[in-house]
Design a protein around this ligand. Structure first.
Ligand code: AMP
Length: 287
């Protein structure tokens, strides 16, 4: 695996591949890698001639300073995992390499960021938009891979690509889960034993609602939400930030009777002071 800390060397390295019309896949990450990240790398490797992984914990997308400061860093283990997955290139810049100065640019994603992560983490998606644009400009990939785990982020990135006419195929990869259903996440490393055991209830609450959706001939958004909220309410240590039922393409919040094919259920909760998010379709399907 070639490792680059500076963008000029990386660009120079990729130039001949681009000249030969090789496809370049990018997997952007914030490190503390786990099986979810590696599944993106594997898909990228299958579909592209070159697989580039970036690791950069982007301060701009953290609205909560302590969340940024406590974000896990496991650089040696990350390199080992990426080597094992036969990653071609790792781009691991430091802050000054990515940001020559504090950017003045701000992105707004309208109604796509008016709810959920956008509403509870002001400025988060502007930060995501800026760092993703920078990575797209530095690496100029033909393809980029994102996890369904960060559902709203995928829609935001797709919008960014449309609005700025990037010629990049955006691929959405399924959420990888531990055996008890908990969505893999770098933040899981911060959970103590009892919080970790409890965290599986997030998955169970979504699964319970999806099972109801499967059984019913007419699905009501309020009923889906109620099942999730009531399941989580059994555990006082789980502090729910939001539970929403939304249209999977527009993110419009849904009410009343709805077509289960259109629906995604999303939540954010704190357990032991760690913020976790997850989502699930009512009908199992990919974007
Ligand atoms: P992060 O390092 O958390 O910024 O995540 C980097 C990429 O990995 C994003 O596109 C995430 O959506 C994706 N990702 C994170 N967790 C998972 C997971 N459990 N399964 C699949 N993809 C994931």
């Amino acid at each position: 695996m070639k490792v680059f800390k500076d963008k000029t060397s990386l660009r120079n390295f990729l130039e001949p591949f681009r000249a030969e019309k090789k496809s370049i896949g990018l997997v952007p990450t914030m490190g503390a890698l786990h099986g979810g990240h590696i599944s993106l790398v594997e898909t990228c490797k299958k579909k592209n001639d070159i697989c580039v992984v970036s690791i950069f914990v982007n301060p701009l997308q953290f609205n909560d300073k302590s969340d940024y400061e406590k974000y896990p860093h496991t650089p040696e283990a990350d390199v080992e995992l990426l080597e094992k997955a036969r990653t071609d290139v790792l781009f691991i810049p430091d802050y000054s390499e990515m940001y020559v100065s504090n950017p003045m640019l701000k992105f707004q994603f309208g109604k796509l960021e008016a709810v959920m992560e956008g509403a509870f983490r002001p400025g988060h998606f502007s930060g995501v938009g800026i760092v993703v644009s920078k990575l797209f400009n530095i690496i100029q990939p033909t393809d980029a891979y994102f996890g369904q785990k960060d559902f709203q982020q995928v829609l935001i990135v797709k919008q960014l690509v449309k609005d700025l006419s990037y010629s990049i195929n955006i691929h959405t990869c399924p959420t990888m889960r531990d055996t008890d259903g908990l969505a893999m996440s770098s933040r899981n490393k911060r959970l103590d034993e009892s919080s970790r055991a409890l965290a599986a209830e997030l998955y169970k609450s979504l699964k319970k609602a999806a099972d109801y959706g499967h059984r019913s001939s007419n699905v009501h958004a309020e009923q889906l939400k109620k099942i999730i909220v009531e399941h989580l309410a059994q555990y006082p240590e789980i502090v729910t930030e939001y539970v929403e039922v939304a249209h999977k393409e527009t993110l419009d919040l849904m009410s009343g009777e709805c077509n289960p094919e259109d629906v995604v259920m999303l939540l954010a909760c704190y357990i032991g002071g760690v913020r976790l998010i997850d989502n699930m379709f009512v009908k199992d399907q990919q974007l």
